[in-house]
Ligand binder design. Structure first.
Ligand code: SAH
Ligand code: SF4
Ligand code: F3S
Length: 435
């Protein structure tokens, strides 16, 4: 049996898809890239902006015709969690709806579906966020995602995630370490520790542990060379964490620290829990302890009440921090959130204009930073090969390309950078390292 799966949204969703395909592998399903040959079609959906949600409905419309051929259609992820039964009412050809905390209920759900039932499984209290006994069908052989926590308690006023992913739960460190050890034993070189807000890792666990301690423990695992983590919430980003990153050689110098806005008035309305000054202090602390750190961010433009002066403070923050890169979005009303009750008063053309100005500024900065890489030597973990060229990522998460043999895939090698484009560096391998 074959399953066609399409994934939208963030890294948590990408990893959830790996877990879902793992569960399905125990039932005899193999993934396929061709939707025509699949007996099961799944969408793993994102609800973070209206556009992401629209995509789900138009995509589902496309699959409708397959229904007559005895194909089962399921919707997973954040739209599934948010809409539940409403999704089946709107799209009656959908057979089941499965929320992000119900992945391990999939075998039961499919059994019911095959008996002709419509099933909605969208409880947020499922406490098992990753099973050690069910396989995970990972997309890559050398770099792996490892869930450390799930959910979010922050309720930023614009954000749907706390409603789709539920309250924060941390995974016991023993389970995380067991998973990382198994990854190391099967040849993985890099792990990315995943959570909506990794900095609050440990809250609610009885073991008295926090994220810096977890990093130290993962650091002990032989065979894993590089450790990454996403996402960090600035309000919980502590000096202890910066010190841990600086002190632990395997932890990569790459920090995604979403600011969202540069104006205190807007940050307050967003309920972010930090001021612009506090954010800049954290950035200064990172730069002090880890001078080579690459910092990236997310921004929202056109938040309710955002005036030109507020937006200029966002531009100013971007100039001050000099991010390696940013993701920027136009504010999108998410029904059910606090901000949805406020007037979405920034006109679309102003939102568009601000987005363009913000991205133009960042492009100039990214270009300047990229050019400064010329002549530098970087350690790169290569994870892909094609046409005689290797592709990988540096410790600071830059895409690096270099000519070389396929046998170097999975190796960490030194590369001297010769050409720098905005999103890609190119160079020559100068040291065989561990290849
Ligand atoms: N946990 C992460 C964010 C996850 S959502 C954090 O706290 O930063 C990813 C990004 O989507 C957010 O950082 C934000 O920039 C954007 N986003 C979330 N809700 C949005 C909305 N209603 N409109 C526009 N962008 C939004
Ligand atoms: Fe959303 Fe805020 Fe939680 Fe991030 S911290 S997931 S932006 S509510
Ligand atoms: Fe989207 Fe859900 Fe991630 S809303 S951004 S897939 S947590």
């Amino acid at each position: 049996m074959k399953v066609f799966m399409k994934t939208y949204g963030c890294q948590m969703n990408v990893h959830d898809s790996e877990k879902i395909l793992g569960v399905l592998s125990t039932l005899g399903y193999r993934p396929t890239e061709k939707e025509d040959e699949a007996e099961l079609i799944l969408l793993n959906t994102c609800a973070v902006r209206e556009k992401a949600e629209h995509k789900v409905y138009s995509e589902l419309g496309r699959f409708k015709k397959r229904k007559g051929e005895g194909v089962f259609i399921g919707v997973c992820g954040c739209v599934a969690q948010k809409e539940g039964m409403g999704l089946i009412r709107r799209m009656p050809f959908v057979d089941f709806v499965l929320g992000p905390r119900s992945i391990y209920a999939l075998p039961d759900v499919l059994r019911e579906v095959k008996r002709g039932k419509k099933v909605v499984k969208a409880d947020l209290d499922g406490s098992c966020i990753t099973s050690l006994t069910v396989p995970i069908l990972r997309q890559e052989p050398y770099r792996a995602y490892v869930t450390v926590m799930e959910g979010c308690n922050n309720f930023c006023s614009y954000c749907i995630v706390p409603y789709t992913r539920g309250r924060e739960v941390s995974r016991p460190s023993s389970e995380i370490l067991e998973e990382v050890r198994r990854l190391a034993d099967t040849g993985y070189r890099e792990v990315t520790l995943l959570g909506q807000n990794v900095n609050s890792y440990g809250r609610g666990l009885s073991e008295g542990i926090d994220f810096p301690m977890l990093l130290e423990m993962v650091h002990e695992v032989d065979g894993i060379s590089w450790i990454r983590f996403i996402t960090s919430h600035p309000k919980d980003f502590s000096e202890r964490l910066v010190k841990a990153i600086a002190a632990l050689p395997k932890v990569c110098e790459y920090i995604h620290l979403p600011a969202q806005a540069g104006s205190n008035r807007i940050l307050k309305k967003m309920r972010r829990g930090y001021s612009r000054e506090e954010y800049l202090e954290k950035v200064a602390m990172i730069k002090e302890y880890i001078p080579t750190a690459a910092i990236t961010s997310d921004f929202i433009v056109g938040f309710p009440g955002e005036q030109e002066g507020d937006f200029e403070l966002t531009l100013d923050l971007v100039e001050k921090v000099r991010y390696q890169g940013i993701f920027a979005f136009r504010y999108s009303v998410r029904p059910g959130t606090e901000a949805a009750s406020w007037d979405d008063d920034v006109p679309l053309h102003v939102k568009r204009d601000r987005l363009i100005r913000l991205l133009e500024l960042q492009n100039t900065i990214t270009q300047e930073i990229s050019s400064s890489y010329k002549g530098k030597t970087l350690d790169v973990l290569f994870n892909r090969w094609g046409d005689g060229k290797l592709e990988g990522r540096s410790r600071d998460n830059k895409i690096v390309i270099a000519p070389g043999p396929q046998s170097y895939v999975g190796a960490i090698l030194q590369v001297r950078i010769e050409r720098a484009r905005m999103y890609e560096l190119e160079g020559t391998i100068i040291k065989g390292g561990d290849a």
